[in-house]
Structure formats: C-alpha cells, structure tokens
Write a protein that binds this ligand. Sequence first.
Ligand code: PLP
Length: 485
Amino acid sequence: MTHPIIGWEKTIPVPNKYYFTSYLNARNGRLHFEDLDLPQIFLGDQADQGLGQTMPSPLEIVYLPVIRQRIAQMNRVFAEVSAEVGYNGRFLYTYASKANAAEEVIRTTLGAGAHHEMSSTIDVDIARLMIQRGLLPPDRLIICNGFKPEGSAYATNIIRLRQEHTPVIPVLEDLGEIAPFLNAGLSFDVGLRQKSYGPNTSEAEIEAANSRFGLDLEHLWKAAAYIAAAPNLNLTLYHYMVGSQLMDDDTFLAYLKPGVDLYARLRQRYPTLHIFDFGGGMPAPMTLNFTFDYHGFARKLLLALKEACARYNVPEPDVMGEFGRYTTSEHGAHIFKVIMAKDNKSNHPWYIIDGSIMSSFPDSWALGEHFIVLPLTHLDKPFQRVQLGGITCDSDDVYPPKPSQSPLYLPVETDELYVGFFSIGAYQEMLGGVRGSKHCVLPEAYELIVDREGDGRYQSNGRYQFDILTGQKPADVLHNLGYAV
Ligand SMILES: Cc1ncc(COP(=O)(O)O)c(C=O)c1O
C-alpha cells in the first residue's frame, strides 16, 4: 500500500500553474486557493483582494464556495446515475451538522439546498435560529439523530421544533425513545435506526454486533409495529449507517447491502416508509492521492435498491445521505508561520510553527489522521524533507503524525515561510473546541471567512468578500481560566 501523500514529495521547485487539487494551485511561487492569493493575505505585497488589510498568523481560513461545489457535485452524481439506471426515487442531500456547526457553514449548506441532520439539543436551537432567519425553509427535512430518551432536553426541544416546522423526523435509537413523540400531542414522521456494521452481514451477525447505536432486529420490528399502531406517528425513514469511512465503493456497498434488504422487507409491511437513509461515511479527499468513485458508488447503491425493491415488490425509496466530512472537509484551512528552523542532527530538520498541530487537528495525534500540508510561499524554490513541530511543549505536537510513513517536504528557504494545513474543515474545530482554553494556554487563532458568490449575504460579482472573526486575546484566555483581569 502506498503511504498517504500529504504534500510536495520532491526537492525540486513546484512548477508554475501546478494544481495539487482542484482548488489548490501554485502561481509564481505562491499558493492559491482557487484564485485567492494566500500569501497576499499575510504579506500585503500584491494588489489588495478586497480584504483591505493583512492578517496575523496563525489564521483559520474558511472558504465557503467549496461547500457549495461539493453539494452540487454530489447532487449531480446522483441525478446522472438516477437517469442512467432509471431510478424512481429522489436523492435527498442532507448535511450532518456534527462535522462543523459554525454559523457560516450551516447557512451555506442550507443556501445550497441541503436538508439538515442533527444530533443534540443545541443543534435544535441552531435550526430554530435558521428558521427564524428564513434560511431553513418549510420544505427542508430535519433529521434528528442522537440519543433522545423521555424527559431529555433534546426530546423536549425536538417537540418544540416540530411546532414551528413540519418535516422534523426523529430517528429512534431505542424502544424507549418512542414515548416522548407518542405523547407529544402532535403528529410526527419518525425514522428507525438499525444496529449494523460489517460487510454483507447476516441477521445473526447484526444481532451479535456490539454497537450502542440503533435497534436490534427484534426491537426494530417491535418499534415499527408500535409506530404503526400509534395514531400520531408515521414511519417514513429507515437509517442504516456504516460506522466508519470506507475508501472503496465495493466495500462501502457491501456494508450497506443488509440494510437495503431490510428496508425492502420493512416497506412491504409498512407502506408509509419511503426514505432509505444510508447515513454518513462518504469519503472526502484529505490527502493528495485520494480516489473514490462517487459515480460507481451511487450506481451500485441505486441498482441494489432497485433489485431488492423488485424482489419484495415495493416501490424504490427516496435515498438520503447524511454528508458531514464530505461537505466540509475541504473548505477549511489553517495557516501557520514557520518561526524557527532547527537542525539538531535529528533525522530531518525541525520547522517550528507558531501554533499547535495537536490542538488544532486532534485527529492527527489521536487517530494518526493525515491532512494536506503545503507552503504558501517559496514554491518556486528547492524543497527538503522536514518535520513540523508545534509550539507547545508536547512531544505529540508534531506532523506527520508519529506512526506515519509519509514524508513531508517544505522549502529550504524559511524567511517568511507560511505553511497551510488543508482539508481540515470537518470535525477538527469541533473536537478541539471553539473559544476554549487550549493546550499550553495558546490563544485561538483569528478566522477569515471567504466567499465570492451570492447566497443572500454576499453579492455575486466574482470578487472575494471577507468576514473576520477576532482571535482570542491574552485577557480572554486568562479570564476563561478564572483569573480576574
Ligand atoms: C448519524 C450520523 N450521520 C452522519 C454522520 C456524518 O458522517 P460523515 O462525516 O462520515 O459524513 C455521522 C458521523 O458520526 C453520524 O453519526
């Protein structure tokens, strides 16, 4: 197996107009995010791009057009494949807000037409704010995953949301979750979540799976019967999700197959059912050698659904995916400045950056996850193999992550050398925490939100528009930790 490719793996300069990804490209030795000249944001040495100032390092960059592009891409894939195979259900692109719940992200996914998936009670508050602002229109489905036992704040808040928005679908994880909605005094479309995992699993294997998510088979059929008998509940959705990212379409489908069959069997008995929700797990490019056949996956899934539905003589369902990582991975970047190049006869020189890798990207040290790392400046100069070190005193604050086989090359020239971590927009900020107190009391970076198209807030003129969120000041950090300042 080849190692994950995380950057430029050569000592020679990067050729002019070289594209690392569809959006990251080198022009005259400077890294661009689409057309945005990234070094200019810090150095102010070229024509102003609409920002009117320079920004301090470290800096988080949130590039919203990529979110719209990814949603449009997946909608296109399913539209094309549906037409090719003559599929009769709709495709329902749904954003899984747990990947990144920032206001500008939710606003952008909704603006791009996505349905909305959530997992906790504060998520409900976010949805209500979006409804009040007219950004979450009445035709959008809201899928409520996550534990919601009777009496919980989440169950109560979902019921309140339903009073303001009709298509709210609680997805039930456990028999005990039926009661709050049964007794809500409102009609509810509901979903059922199946305990799963494993490729082409048999019923016995589903039963044996050790998962805290979803219902076992006995409880699945029981829940469906209770719901059918309830005057105010309507079973509309069946949720069968693969627990982790699978990097090839055949394996992904093999994991989903048992759920496809179970959907058709449930639909035979309960004709209100019409959505097959395959949940999350859609891979996204986080390294430069990523490949995944989205068309192939969509084709295999729709054909499997067609085949199972024909076998059980039931209509083909609407197909829902809850896209978290896929939607938001690539819109996020985090830029640091190299503040020291240190050659202490280690295997490769250490480049020390002005922030923390481990607290900015917890998955890199907790899971050994790889992200793309590229210089913003000096791409037209020679490179050398290096190691990156964060500014904390922690031995795990390094990149590539410790067990990695991936080499990292950066320019030999370290004067005004900025480096960016890319494809970090999903989960990293939510796991690391926003506005908290960080490891080694480092303050949170400034954030630059970039857009260039109209979505109600920004005008479309092809130029960039920017919003700046101020980083933490020393007094904010001290105050957060209980110091009177
Ligand atoms: C129920 C549910 N839906 C969707 C997702 C999003 O998954 P992904 O980021 O792989 O798209 C998750 C992730 O944990 C999840 O638990």
